[in-house]
Design a protein around this ligand. Sequence first.
Ligand code: PRT
Ligand code: ZN
Length: 216
Amino acid sequence: MSRLRVAIQKSGRLSDKSQALLQNCGLRFARSKDKLFWYGKDFPVDLLLVRDDDIPRMIMGGVCELGIVGENVANEVMLDRNGGTGLIPLRKLEFGHCRLSLAVPEQSDIVGAEGLDGRRVATTYPALTRSLLKERGVEAKIVELAGSVEIAPGLGTADAIADLVSTGTTLRANHLKEIEVLFESTAALYGTGESLPQEKQDLLDRLLARIDGVLQ
Ligand code: PRT
Ligand code: ZN
C-alpha cells in the first residue's frame, strides 16, 4: 500500500507546531530509536525529522512528497534554482510568522531600500534578498553569511542587513533599526511539482481535507 512522507523540522521554531498540526489531523506515530523517522500508525503518512534548510531539496529530490517549512526558506531555494517546478505551496499555515526586513545601524541615514543601491547587504537569504531588492529597483552587493547576520554592520562587513525579525529584540540589542519590510513569511505545507501516482494523490487529498478541517 502507498504511503506519504512528510519532512518537518526536527527542533526549532517550527517543530512543535508542525507536529501538533499533524497530530490534530488525527495522525498517530511510532518513533524510531533515533527519533528521526516517525511511522504513521493508523494513517499511511510517515514523518522525517530534519533540519529546516534540507526540506525543500528533499521534496524536490523525491525523498518525501511533502514538507512543512517557512516561505522564506522555500522561496530562497526556488529562486536559487531559477524558479523550477519542484516545489509547490499547498497550504499556508498559521505559525512561523516573521518578516524579512532591512536594517541599518541606528546612526545610519539610510531610510529605505532605495538607499542601498551599490551598498553591501549581509543576509542568510541571498537569492531572496537580491530578488526583493531588484523588485524595488535596487542593485546591492549581497554579502552571504551562514548566521549572526546582525553583527555584520558592527564588524564593518556590511552597510545593512536583511534578516528575519519577529519581536525586534535582536535588532535593538545590536543597535540596528528596521528600515523596510521586504517580505512577510509564515510556515507552509509544500508538495512536489511532479504528479503523484493516483493512490498517493488520493492519500494527499485525504490529508489536505483533514488539514483544512484543523485550519478552520
Ligand atoms: O536547525 P535548523 O536549521 O532546523 O533551524 P534554524 O535555526 O535554521 O531555524 P529556526 O528554528 O530558528 O527557524 C525556523 C523558521 O522559523 C525560519 O525559517 C522562519 O520561517 C521562522 N521564524 C519565525 C524565524 C523567526 N520567527 C525568527 N525570529 N526564524 C528566525 N528568527 C530569528 C532571526 O533570524 C533573528 O536572529 O530570530 C531573531 C530575531 O527575532 P526577534 O524576536 O529578536 O526579532
Ligand atoms: Zn535552518
